[in-house]
Design a protein around this ligand. Structure first.
Ligand SMILES: Nc1ncnc2c1ncn2[C@@H]1O[C@H](COP(=O)(O)OP(=O)(O)OP(=O)(O)O)[C@@H](O)[C@H]1O
Ligand SMILES: [Mg+2]
Length: 263
């Protein structure tokens, strides 16, 4: 379980540019829950992920994962059990290394072996099988430099890298936003498959309200560093994109008539 208790992050504190990016935010996510996160630009979504993964430390509040207090744990230590995928398909991979080398490094890190360690034949076969399960033919491109793959192919490999060993938490920050619609759909399908087959606790930021409602088990809307709306269960099942926009309007106290505000 992820437990965030009253987290506050202030950028440029005590300067004219002071900005409260996370405002006393509390959030509890149960094991196996798949939460989609929406909210306007600057709402604090990526900052929340930065706080969870240790890219930045909060001014106050605590974060724990599976009962372990990780509030002050270094980012590289958290990376052993928190998988994170970014909007930019180049992030999180070493572009000059091959697909196979990237996967092996990710695997070695997850099982806490030396990153430069040599995997056994069994481990290599497992990595290849996971790639083959994507049905994208990438298992035949193990020796291709990962930077030469298309954005969609790279995001698919990154998903496998992040889940070779089941992470305690998977953070997806608009991981399909830079892809063409066909590749985005394919990566969304893969995300659903990998998350559900492995029952991975997942948080996914998206600007696509349709995806936010169709995927996962719970949707939260962030605004001004807080959680403004939190919907799950039957209420969520009946929710339409228009309902979400209405909620967004009432939160922002402004009128928006399409989802461009969130795109
Ligand atoms: N390193 C930083 N230094 C100063 N301000 C920052 C920093 N990172 C984020 N911010 C500010 O904090 C606020 C929240 O940013 P954040 O990136 O979390 O928004 P977001 O919800 O992810 O938005 P988007 O949908 O545009 O990705 C913004 O006003 C942003 O300018
Ligand atoms: Mg962001």
């Amino acid at each position: 379980m992820l437990n965030i208790n009253e987290a506050t992050k202030i950028f440029n504190k005590n300067t004219p540019d002071e900005h409260i990016a996370l405002n006393n935010l509390s959030l509890e996510v149960s094991d196996g829950e798949f939460v989609t996160i929406i909210g306007g630009n600057g709402a604090g979504k990526s900052t929340l992920f930065n706080a969870i993964s240790g890219t930045l430390l909060c001014e106050s509040g605590t974060i724990s994962l599976d009962g372990q207090d990780i509030t002050h744990m270094a980012e590289f230590k958290r990376a052993e059990f928190i998988g994170r995928i970014f909007q930019d398909p180049m992030r999180g991979t070493a572009p000059h290394l091959t697909v196979g080398e990237n996967l092996i490094i990710a695997y070695m890190r997850s099982i806490k072996k030396n990153m430069l360690g040599i995997p056994s034949k069994k481990e290599k076969n497992y990595i290849k099988e996971r790639l083959a399960a994507l049905n994208l033919g990438l298992e035949d491109r193990m020796n291709t430099k990962i930077g030469l793959l298309s954005g969609g192919q790279r995001q698919a490999v990154t998903l496998v890298m992040a889940t070779l060993v089941k992470p305690k938490l998977l953070l997806l920050d608009e991981h399909t936003a830079a892809l063409d619609p066909v590749s985005a759909k394919s990566v969304i399908d893969l995300t659903n498959k990998i998350v559900s087959e492995n029952n991975i606790t997942t948080l996914m930021i998206t600007h696509n309200i349709t995806s936010a409602l169709a995927m996962g088990t719970r949707t939260i809307m962030m605004d001004s560093g807080t959680i403004a709306v939190d919907i799950k269960g039957d209420e969520r099942k009946e929710l339409t994109v228009q309902d979400v926009l209405k909620k967004f309007n009432s939160v922002k106290k402004k009128e928006f008539d399409d989802d461009n505000v969130l795109l």
